[in-house]
Design a protein around this ligand. Sequence first.
Ligand SMILES: NC(=O)c1ccc[n+]([C@@H]2O[C@H](COP(=O)([O-])OP(=O)(O)OC[C@H]3O[C@@H](n4cnc5c(N)ncnc54)[C@H](O)[C@@H]3O)[C@@H](O)[C@H]2O)c1
Length: 338
Amino acid sequence: MRYLVTGHTGFKGAWLTLMLVERGHEVCGLSLDPETGSLFEVARLGELMELDIRGDIRDASVVRDAVATANPDVVIHMAAQPLVRESYADPRWTMETNVMGTFNVLEAVQSASQASAQLIITTDKVYRNVNQEFGYIEDDALGGHDPYSASKAMADLLTQSWVASFDTCPTAIARAGNVIGGGDVSTDRLMPDLLRSFATGQPAILRAPEAVRPWQHVLDCLNGYLLLVDGILERGLGGSWNFGPDDSSMVSVGQVADITASLWGDRASWSCPPGEHPHEAHLLTLDASRARGELGWADRLSLEQSIAWTVEWERKRLAGADPRSITIEQIRHFAVDL
Ligand SMILES: NC(=O)c1ccc[n+]([C@@H]2O[C@H](COP(=O)([O-])OP(=O)(O)OC[C@H]3O[C@@H](n4cnc5c(N)ncnc54)[C@H](O)[C@@H]3O)[C@@H](O)[C@H]2O)c1
């Protein structure tokens, strides 16, 4: 099969590209340039791609040309401005990329491709957060307090509207929570912040250690996306799908930092300075019963394993191992041995 992945130079995109290549698929990508030191760059993923298109999804003609040139069987749209704090700093960039970028992808796939399946990646943050104890289900109301969450809720609604209004290819929406794994170089995300600090012997700075999140290894999340793509192709599935971990992986930022510090060793530690922080949702969990029941999906890695695999990835990289080899080794271990 021939895939077009938007956001292929990002964290999830790089892992997904390698997973697809490992499964024998042809992969094309449309994204901005990778960040310096990103997994895409250090694993030299451009070498493995059929097409490595660099362009801005805010530009409709760029997206249309990329879709027409790639001529994919499957489109997975992940390109986004994905950070809550960055969305406060630059709400226009966030809205234009996440909302109009998604519009451009939906329009281009319909008008310039013969794709058989399309998957739009949103997030757990699309739900109107009412601080409920139990997990959100796919039919719960959408909302969004911060600009990032609102932009992804808009992208989600836009996709639902597009599917309801136009004769487009079979399309589904995937909503997942925080993912962790080796090779994430984002600032303002817990695991990269922890590992950067630990590697330099500094205490990591946490801004909301009590906030509870659903934690998941990137391989479990992407495995869900690909099971859903199979479901779209083979069974014509559509609609929205949550991919969240079970209750045991819903723990606080501080607990994740404690486990990571103890696995890292070297007296790694963290602290939380007092101060004003932009609003971020405090409790948000997903109910993934639909994906479990209808796709046979479940997390294969426990929270402790997910953190251990992430620490191991970074330890091996610092010891000089090839990031592509470390990543492929974990993809194969995940696929076969668990
Ligand atoms: N990482 C997480 O914990 C998480 C959680 C929930 C949802 N998501 C969603 O998963 C997707 C991937 O996230 P990620 O963690 O890999 O992010 P990332 O920041 O690592 O990668 C983002 C990708 O989008 C591309 N991109 C950004 N703006 C663009 C633009 N205007 N034009 C073209 N390409 C553009 C970047 O070049 C990059 O390839 C996003 O849609 C994000 O909202 C991520």
